[in-house]
Design a protein around this ligand. Structure first.
Ligand code: FES
Length: 349
């Protein structure tokens, strides 16, 4: 603190910058004109009403627009149902937000309040003061006096429950047989990922790991596979279900699972590439231990032992694809996977 300056008045010395105080309060049109107040009230109620209509529109769009995976209604390249649901739900939330802002700007009390600093710990009086301020806020918001605004807001918020209830229905639509089936079929060749080249057993050295797909995803006039399975969303679905890793190890290092004694060819084994935890694609392979590590949460599978889980959160082994070779020496599937590929979210019973 500086020494006393005899040239300064006593108050200026204590408060070198004068407290400017509050500016005069500006009354809004809705504070002084009952008609403007009523008009604002109707505007806010209309916004909440439009929000409720958007929520109802969401439910109507959900049932009226075909959003199935087979042949959904499209808007350009996008699914029309997804667009409609997103726009209508966004609108319902946006209109509630705008309504609340308008309510606060035009109708709630906006008197300036000076709050003095005080110790952080709340005293009994502070708590009582807080409750009083809360009661005053509620009073000023007019929630008790403006049943039209209050009820329309409650209606709009209540309507927002409808989209969530409708979306719950989708949780029950998981098609377990569809998840359990892929396009792998007896005699289908294994091909290299990206390029689609068929793989001969003799192409692989001990220690190799190759990423693969079924030949059906690379249709040509020669192989005769239908083109529909290899285009658009079907291609993506098929890829995600049929992606494989093919490894070769010494035959005597394999511990075949019960009934899997003939699922390998000269030490070559094939497994789903999709982690059974939450579905990351896996290909971090340690050739000396035959461990395959998932980069997402470190689940580790022993490929020499039916892809048994040796570490991490995955709850079951990677599904194995039974292998054979055709007369030209190419690797082929003996059958489809014998269990569902991918994460184990769903009820398998
Ligand atoms: S997705 Fe593979 S460990 Fe989680």
């Amino acid at each position: 603190m500086s020494a006393h300056d005899p040239n300064l008045p006593a108050q200026a010395e204590q408060e070198p910058i004068a407290d400017p105080g509050l500016e005069p309060h500006q009354w809004r049109p809705t504070d002084v004109d009952p008609k403007a107040e009523k008009r604002a009230e109707r505007q806010v109620a209309a916004l909440f009403g439009l929000s409720a209509l958007s929520a109802i529109g969401f439910v109507v769009a959900y049932f009226a627009i075909d959003g199935g995976t087979e042949n959904p209604t499209r808007f350009g390249y996008l699914g029309a149902q997804n667009i409609a649901l997103g726009v209508l739900l966004g609108l319902a939330l946006l209109l509630i937000g705008i309504g609340i802002i308008q309510w606060a700007r035009k109708l709630m009390g906006d008197q300036e309040i000076v709050e003095m600093r005080h110790p952080a710990a709340s005293s009994e009086e502070d708590r009582e003061a807080t409750l009083a301020a809360l009661a005053q806020g509620l009073e000023e918001s007019g929630i008790g006096r403006r049943p039209l605004v209050r009820n329309s807001l409650l209606g709009a918020v209540g309507m927002l429950a409808l989209p969530s209830v409708v979306l719950l229905r989708d949780l029950g639509k998981i098609d377990i047989p569809a998840l359990a089936r892929t396009i792998w079929a007896p005699g289908m060749r294994l091909v290299r990922d990206v390029v689609g080249t068929p793989i001969k057993a003799s192409d692989l050295e001990v220690g190799d790991l190759v990423n693969g797909l079924p030949e059906a995803l690379f249709p040509t006039p020669e192989n005769g596979y239908p083109a529909e399975e290899a285009h658009g969303s079907k291609l993506q679905v098929n890829k995600s279900k049929t992606a494989i890793v093919i490894v070769r190890m010494e035959p005597d290092e394999i511990i075949p699972g019960p009934g899997r004694e003939d699922w390998s060819v000269d030490g070559i084994l094939c497994y789903s590439k999709i982690c059974t935890h939450v579905g990351c694609p896996i290909s971090l392979y340690e050739r000396t231990t035959h461990h395959l590590l998932c980069p997402c949460h470190q689940s580790t599978f022993d490929l020499g032992d039916s892809a048994r889980v040796v570490f991490g959160p995955a709850a079951r082994p990677l599904p194995q694809l039974p292998l054979d070779v055709d007369e030209e020496g190419y690797l082929i599937a003996r059958s489809d996977f014998t269990e569902p590929v991918g994460p184990s979210y769903w009820e398998r019973g």
